[in-house]
Design a binder for this molecule. Structure first.
Ligand SMILES: CC(C)(COP(=O)(O)OP(=O)(O)OC[C@H]1O[C@@H](n2cnc3c(N)ncnc32)[C@H](O)[C@@H]1OP(=O)(O)O)[C@@H](O)C(=O)NCCC(=O)NCCS
Length: 153
């Protein structure tokens, strides 16, 4: 599914052709960058007139999802693109009937709280997601798990 917003912003599922742009976007933000390669999962991008300016990845584990690599190009922040992108991903997660979406974040807790994510202890994170995190998927050791229960929202 894709969505057109005002200002020529388009939200859509990423394709193979977007990989270089996504990689460059994540590499431009050292703290947001995922270590080696792009995370697996459903990849979504925000583009403005054909240029990728935002990315978010939803990795699914059964009925739960791990939101990763959420990043908007620094030059495009503060214009609602991040909000539109995350709302798009959460709509897709709801359409996929996911129960819970988890994000690990150190510095954007206030941003994700706007969508209803709340901070949880590691023990509250659904098991499959917790195992993925334990494999070393957390972007920083300071990242705190936040969780959104879609079934309740
Ligand atoms: C977090 C991020 C995706 C937000 O994207 P964005 O396009 O700037 O977001 P929006 O323009 O939709 O911002 C919506 C609101 O959230 C606020 N906000 C943005 N980033 C925030 C943050 N890190 N913490 C708290 N609030 C934040 C904005 O100030 C804005 O508030 P306002 O409506 O009162 O003006 C972007 O800042 C980013 O890529 N940051 C670096 C990577 C990162 O931290 N990713 C998070 C996962 S680790």
């Amino acid at each position: 599914m894709s969505a057109e917003l005002s200002g020529g912003i388009r939200l859509r599922t990423a394709t193979e052709a977007d990989h270089a742009a996504i990689g460059a976007l994540l590499a431009s933000d050292a703290q947001a960058a995922e270590p080696a390669s792009l995370p697996a999962g459903d990849r979504y991008v925000a583009e403005v007139r054909g240029t990728v300016v935002g990315v978010a990845v939803l990795e699914r584990f059964g009925g739960d999802g791990l939101l990763r690599a959420a990043c908007v190009d620094a030059a495009w922040r503060g214009q609602g693109i991040g909000t539109a992108l995350i709302e798009h991903v959460l709509t897709e997660a709801a359409l996929a009937a996911l129960d819970t979406v988890v994000i690990l974040t150190a510095r954007a807790r206030g941003f994700f709280a706007r969508f209803g994510f709340r901070e949880v202890s590691a023990g509250e994170v659904p098991d499959p997601v917790a195992r993925a995190v334990a494999r070393g998927d957390a972007p920083t050791s300071a990242a705190i798990p936040m969780q959104l229960r879609l079934a309740e929202s």
